[in-house]
Design a protein around this ligand. Structure first.
Ligand code: PMP
Ligand code: GLN
Length: 379
């Protein structure tokens, strides 16, 4: 058939994980932990399966989970969404992003993204007939340029998509960034899609700044999160979004025909986890900070230059002292010849991204990180 997405191939994550497997490389490319999530969470899943929670969950999400999400949001961001009208459980953050974009973007609408940006946004926008406008973020700090942002605003601007903590740059927004965003769009009817899947993996003193903590912005925002990241269970594919009732109602119209509902026992198990073991996500910054620091320490002797890492479980490294290759070729070489798989940054950008940066995932056991660092330090 004539392709609706002619320039699109298979995602870089699938490509690099396959290449890593083929060459028996240590896989620091696709972002996922090589350790298991909490034992309690697994036990609760088994419990709910054994107790007959095996039929469709409510379309909007299991009630105990929506309530636990509303309470967690209140605890973290000082704002309690209505569990019935404002919280929707989705099949991972990926589904939430797709449903949000599909619900909001009409043919010819413009959507502003910050590049590098996560790879699922642009195809969803294209399938809705929208047009992506990009603000380039520059290394090493990847701060938004608000003048460049303002220059992109037009009558057609419908949606802004942001991501903090940011994959792949590992930088985070501060409250001042949200204030600047509000100032730029206050007078216009523009919605905000805030991808906050790494909300609990933030290392700054100020902590994660959520769109939900901004009283005006949250009136037009959809905040998206993922339990895959928070509970080390990327394969469970349970995420959610929080948005005002009117926006949630539109999003649910898409969600009900995209997946209808998310698997029941996993939702109930996650609700138990949020209620009974909140220390898990409260301690997540320390948990990942220790891994980040161990990995950075182990890389000290290497010729890679490590960039600042304020959040997420990704670390950026500049390899220009090692190779003249472009980043895609370098990552292929690194996988095949050095036995470490990484993600090239240029794949997250539509425009040329003339930097020599790779993304390394440190959601790994100590032994994995030390073994990878040894190989990288030998280059
Ligand atoms: N957004 C970002 C920025 C991500 O890094 C990811 C996961 N890699 C997702 C969305 C998708 O999350 P999920 O696996 O829950 O669908
Ligand atoms: N979000 C993960 C990453 O950035 C990958 C998710 C996927 O493979 N689709 O590595």
């Amino acid at each position: 058939p004539e392709s609706k997405l002619p320039s699109l191939g298979t995602t870089i994550f699938t490509q690099m994980s396959a290449l890593a497997q083929q060459h028996n490389a240590i896989n620091l490319s696709q972002g996922f932990p090589d350790f298991d999530g909490p034992h309690y969470l697994q036990q609760r899943l088994a419990h709910h399966v054994a107790n007959g929670a095996n039929q469709y969950a409510p379309m909007t999400g299991a009630q105990p989970l929506r309530e636990a999400i509303a309470d967690k949001t209140a605890e973290r961001y000082g704002y309690k969404p209505d569990a019935n009208s404002d919280v929707t459980v989705t099949a991972g953050a990926t589904e939430a992003l797709y449903a949000a974009i599909t619900a909001l973007v009409r043919t010819g609408d413009e959507v502003i993204c910050f590049d590098p940006s996560y790879d699922s946004y642009a195809p969803a926008i294209a399938l809705s007939g929208g047009v992506v406008k990009r603000v380039a973020l520059q290394p090493p700090h990847f701060r938004p340029d608000w003048q460049a942002f303002a220059a992109l605003l037009s009558e057609k601007t419908r949606l802004v998509i942001l991501n903090t903590p940011h994959n792949p740059s590992a930088t985070v927004w501060q409250n001042a960034d949200f204030a600047a965003l509000w100032q730029a769009i206050a007078e216009r009817e523009i919605y905000v899609l805030s991808d906050e899947v790494y909300e609990h993996i933030c290392f700054t003193d100020a902590g994660h700044a959520s769109v939900l903590a901004h009283p005006q912005l949250r009136e037009r925002a959809i905040a998206v999160s993922s339990f895959g990241k928070t509970f080390h269970m990327t394969g469970w594919k349970v995420g959610y979004c929080v948005a005002p009732a009117a926006i949630s109602a539109e999003l649910r119209k898409v969600h009900q025909y995209l997946t209808f509902a998310v698997n029941t026992p996993a939702q109930l198990a996650i609700a138990d986890m949020l209620r009974h073991e909140p220390e898990h996500y409260r301690e997540l910054p320390d948990f990942y900070r220790a891994r980040r620091d161990l990995f950075i320490d182990a890389l000290r002797g290497s010729r890679l230059e490590i960039l600042p890492c304020e959040g997420t479980y990704f670390l950026l490294a500049d390899y220009s002292a090692i190779s003249d290759l472009g980043d895609v070729e370098f990552c292929q070489w690194l996988t095949k010849e050095a036995g470490v798989a990484a993600i090239p940054l240029s794949v997250f950008c539509a425009d040329p991204f003339p930097h020599t940066l790779i993304r390394l995932c440190f959601a790994k056991q100590e032994a994995t990180l030390l073994a990878a660092a040894k190989r990288l330090a030998a280059l």
